[in-house]
Design a protein around this ligand. Structure first.
Ligand code: NAI
Ligand code: UGA
Length: 442
């Protein structure tokens, strides 16, 4: 049983802190945001994540998980201090380390005994050294630095954390490595031991590689549209090769979320800073941006113009099973539609409150997908929610002014849409026209 302080109670801090408690440790989750702490103390989750509330309630109930804004005290009481604050993208693309440095300063001011200071936030290579310098400037107490990046996915965060595929531990001493390796025994036996810098880079390499797979398949999808090929078959055909694997080969509107866009931009900066021209990652980012626009172009070409048209947008979250809308395709695309003169009605089962914070009243919102379709000129699918996959397509057809669906997630079978008489334009697959013909998508 270790005494752990987790600083930053966002997605990562809350989920990892809760899982450390579930594994038998005593965890204090801290945040400067008092309203977040107050809510958590009352059992109200600040994020939507399947299974999280049950686990928080269980561990808070038995006293192994606590929430506080008294960060100094939590640090003084802990043997291990986890830094899990945000590292948002700055205007120039690199990771903004303001919050990490603030926390390092607070740790330095409260270092009353030996502690292992662990970075879970995604931070540029060299940040461990920066934290070490800040702490040693203000304190002479002994401490070690560890980089232990987080690989959880939103929507599957508890499962990913309780059954990690691997843990990466980059420690400044063997003693610190052993402490953090021991902490991870209940979660995985695959531990990658590295130096601090390597561990920091592994996190960016992992996210950049996954983002590269997505942009690669989107580029292939764009070729498919020009040569009458079907990208879903290409994904199947290459994914069955175990060296390639089937995951992250789903073509569509491009990746979003709080990490892939920010971490690819940060990796580009890291490479520039060390004098390397990382052309591949630049191309991955460019493909992702243009993928959003391709959907808007398809919509415009199908409708002639968007002026005066009503568009039903299905999905605001960047992926299913989360209310996170950070860098979500919908948040990028809806303002473009309204700029072109369209009226937008948006559906999402849980992300409406978060989307309103970004989009305000640029569109209307509904938790009923059919409500957004009544007499709409087209339907645009942006999130692969199960609720959208399972729509009653007969009802959809009867509600829309004309049976036009632009699908940024390739949710439906081409043959079904042809049989039902839709005009159906997806990504990298043959286009279906309501006259019952199939052609290239553009
Ligand atoms: N969201 C995700 O799925 C994943 C995120 N990451 C990385 O983990 C880090 C955290 O991400 P999120 O949890 O999404 O961030 P977030 O932005 O949702 O939460 C960060 C929290 O830190 C708090 N905070 C900021 N400064 C503080 C301070 N000085 N003292 C105490 N609390 C402070 C904020 O109030 C906020 O509640 C980022 O570096 C991110 O790249 C890594 C893997 C997955
Ligand atoms: O560093 C992070 O924050 C996390 O980023 C991603 O997790 P997450 O952003 O939660 O979601 P993913 O499931 O990876 O999806 C990211 C985006 O890619 C898109 N995507 C994913 C897969 C695919 O085949 N095609 C595709 O367009 C999704 O729709 C979504 O917009 C990584 O998968 C996690 O391992 C990592 O810890």
């Amino acid at each position: 049983m270790k005494k752990i302080a987790v600083i930053g109670t966002g997605y990562v801090g809350l989920v990892s802190g809760t899982c450390f408690a579930e594994a038998g440790n005593h965890v204090t989750c801290c945040d400067i945001d008092q309203s977040k702490i107050d809510k958590l103390a009352q059992g109200i989750m600040p994020i939507y994540e399947p299974g999280l509330k049950e686990l928080v309630d269980k561990n808070a109930g038995r006293g192994t998980l606590q929430f506080t804004s008294e960060i100094s005290q939590a640090i003084r009481d802990a043997e291990i201090v986890y830094i899990a604050v945000g590292t948002p993208m700055s205007v120039t693309g690199e990771a903004d380390l303001t919050y990490v440095k603030q926390v390092a300063q607070t740790i330095a001011e409260n270092l009353n005994s030996y502690k292992v200071v662990v970075t879970k936030s995604t931070v540029p290579v060299g940040t461990g050294k920066v934290i070490q310098t800040i702490i040693s400037q203000y304190s002479s107490a002994p401490f070690d630095i560890v980089s232990n990046p987080e690989f959880l996915r939103e929507g599957a965060a508890i499962k990913d954390s309780m059954n990690m595929e691997r843990a990466v531990i980059g420690a400044s001493s063997d003693k610190a490595y052993e402490i953090i390796a021991e902490l991870h025994k209940p979660f995985t036996s695959n531990i990658v031991k590295a130096n601090v810098e390597t561990a920091e880079l592994i996190k960016y390499a992992a996210n950049a590689f996954l983002a590269t797979k997505i942009s690669f398949i989107n580029d292939i999808a764009n070729i498919c549209e020009r040569v009458d090929a079907d990208v879903s078959k290409v994904s199947e055909g290459i994914g069955l090769d175990s060296r390639i694997g089937p995951k992250f080969l789903q073509a569509g509107v491009g990746f979003g979320g709080s990490c892939f866009p920010k971490d690819t931009a940060a990796l580009l900066h890291i490479s520039k800073d060390c004098g390397y021209d990382f052309k591949l990652i630049q191309a991955v980012m460019e493909t992702n941006e243009s993928q959003r626009m391709l959907l808007v172009k398809k919509l415009i070409s199908a409708l002639g113009s968007l002026k005066g048209k009503t568009i039903s947008v299905l999905g605001l979250a960047f992926k299913p099973d989360t209310d996170d809308v950070r860098s979500s395709p919908a948040i990028d695309i809806i303002p473009l539609l309204t700029d072109f003169g369209a009226t937008v009605r948006a559906y999402d089962p849980i992300a409406i409150d978060e989307a309103k914070k970004k989009l305000g009243y640029q569109c209307s919102y509904s938790e009923d997908p059919y409500e957004t379709m009544k007499q709409a000129d087209a339907c645009l699918i942006l999130t692969d929610w199960m609720e959208v996959k399972q729509l009653d397509l007969h009802k959809v057809k009867s509600l829309l002014k004309q049976p036009l669906i632009i699908d940024g997630r390739n949710l439906y079978q081409i043959e079904t849409m042809q049989r039902l008489g839709f005009t159906y334009l997806s990504v990298g697959r043959p286009a279906v026209h309501k006259e019952n013909t199939i052609s290239r998508a553009m």
